[in-house]
Design a protein around this ligand. Structure first.
Ligand SMILES: NC(=O)c1ccc[n+]([C@@H]2O[C@H](COP(=O)([O-])OP(=O)(O)OC[C@H]3O[C@@H](n4cnc5c(N)ncnc54)[C@H](O)[C@@H]3O)[C@@H](O)[C@H]2O)c1
Length: 358
């Protein structure tokens, strides 16, 4: 059944925390296309100047306020000026949170609390969107409609966060429901699966973001390392599709109070990604590596609720998306960060180890 036409976003002011990041910058473009007025808040902690330029932002961006989500007066002022808030700011890599838990707590817990309390008090706020993550499912217990099929994670199943990042996002989900539920504010929680696409630049030490990693390492003539043999299942959703889903979620009438997976519903193993990348770089060497602790075995998104509530489907298949990413790296070689050039397979495997102090 089709939904009512979505509200018009023309002229709506949408605050994107973490707006200078990989998803935030794509969302800004999608919102501007929809006639909205995006405003970005970001402390520019995730990327250097080259990556920010590639993402179409930087300190002189007129839509960007450079600041921290823990700056309460600033957050209150920006939230008071907004009709909608999309909370995308986070210390957003599993590895980054594991090796620097204090920053994870400051950004993902304390900062989220600051944003939520500002939203609670903002009488004209139309909707708050939290970008959570599929990592909250952990290894989970995916349901398998047929034994030979891959498993699917469904929004209401038990959650099993395996690492500090996932745990911080689950806390953010619960805090959103508690604070905004009491305040009577409209909110939606989104759980994107593995987001990828042009503009994505890996973060040091991270084992995730494999489309970007495999492509860049292949372009550098380095090995593609498959931790756990690459048997982990993921659901890769293209960056522009995620941005489109977020725009839909702002105004979809039945998204109020909902938690929605954002995925394609197509399972892909990490090994399949490496093999597809190798079609573009036939000399690439694919090598098995040890399993990374706290890396979920994964499953695919059950997308039934997403389709139903948003009346929307992703447009880009994983093979087409990887092809576009490879093309982007080929035409944008300066996207490959310098730290990747000095890596060896051994240094990469060593950096994936969880610190013994945890
Ligand atoms: N990329 C993915 O595959 C993926 C998947 C699921 C969920 N998510 C979630 O989506 C959101 C956006 O992810 P992304 O891939 O764009 O990550 P990103 O790291 O590219 O963007 C996050 C942005 O938040 C900013 N930031 C971090 N701490 C901040 C703070 N204290 N104050 C202000 N700004 C701060 C960073 O500078 C960065 O620009 C995150 O919440 C992430 O957890 C991402």
């Amino acid at each position: 059944m089709s939904l009512q036409p979505h509200d018009d976003l023309t002229g709506a002011r949408v605050l994107i925390t973490g707006g200078a990041g990989f998803i935030g910058t794509a969302l800004r473009t999608a919102l501007a296309r929809a006639g909205a007025r995006p405003a970005l808040l970001d402390n520019l902690s995730a990327y250097g100047p080259t990556t920010l330029t590639l993402l179409g932002t930087g300190p002189t961006d007129p839509d960007l306020t450079v600041g921290d989500i823990n700056d309460e007066p600033l957050v209150r002022r920006l939230v008071a000026d907004a009709d909608y808030v999309v909370h995308a700011a986070a210390h957003s890599s599993v590895h980054g949170c594991t090796t620097d838990p204090q920053t994870a707590v400051r950004s993902n817990l304390t900062g989220t609390d600051t944003v939520l309390r500002a939203v609670s008090g903002a009488r004209n706020m139309r909707r708050f969107l939290l970008l959570s993550t599929a990592q909250v499912y952990g290894h989970g217990a995916p349901h398998t409609p047929r034994p030979e099929q891959a498993g699917f994670f469904t929004e209401d199943q038990p959650l099993d966060p395996l690492n500090i990042y996932a745990n911080s996002k689950l806390w953010a989900e619960r805090h959103t429901r508690q604070l905004l539920g009491v305040a009577g504010r409209d909110y939606t929680i989104l759980r994107p699966f593995s987001v990828y696409g042009p503009g994505q630049v890996p973060k040091p030490g991270a084992a995730s973001w494999v489309v970007a990693q495999f492509t860049m390492y292949a372009a550098l003539g380095q090995q593609l390392l498959l931790n756990n043999g690459g048997h982990q299942l993921r659901d890769f959703i293209y960056r522009d599709d995620v941005a489109a889903a977020i725009v839909r979620s702002l105004t979809a009438p039945r998204a109020a109070g909902q938690t929605l997976n954002l995925g394609t519903g197509t399972p892909t193993s990490v090994r399949q990604v490496a093999e597809h990348v190798r079609r573009h770089f036939p000399a690439a060497d694919i090598v098995d590596a040890p399993r990374v602790a706290q890396d979920p075995l994964g499953a695919c998104a059950d997308t039934a609720r997403m389709h139903d509530v948003l009346d929307w489907s992703p447009a880009v298949s994983v093979t087409e998306g990887i092809d576009r990413y490879v093309q982007w790296v080929r035409t944008t070689p300066n996207a490959i960060p310098d730290w990747m050039r000095g890596e060896t397979s051994t240094s990469r495997i060593t950096s994936w180890r969880v610190p013994a102090s945890l």
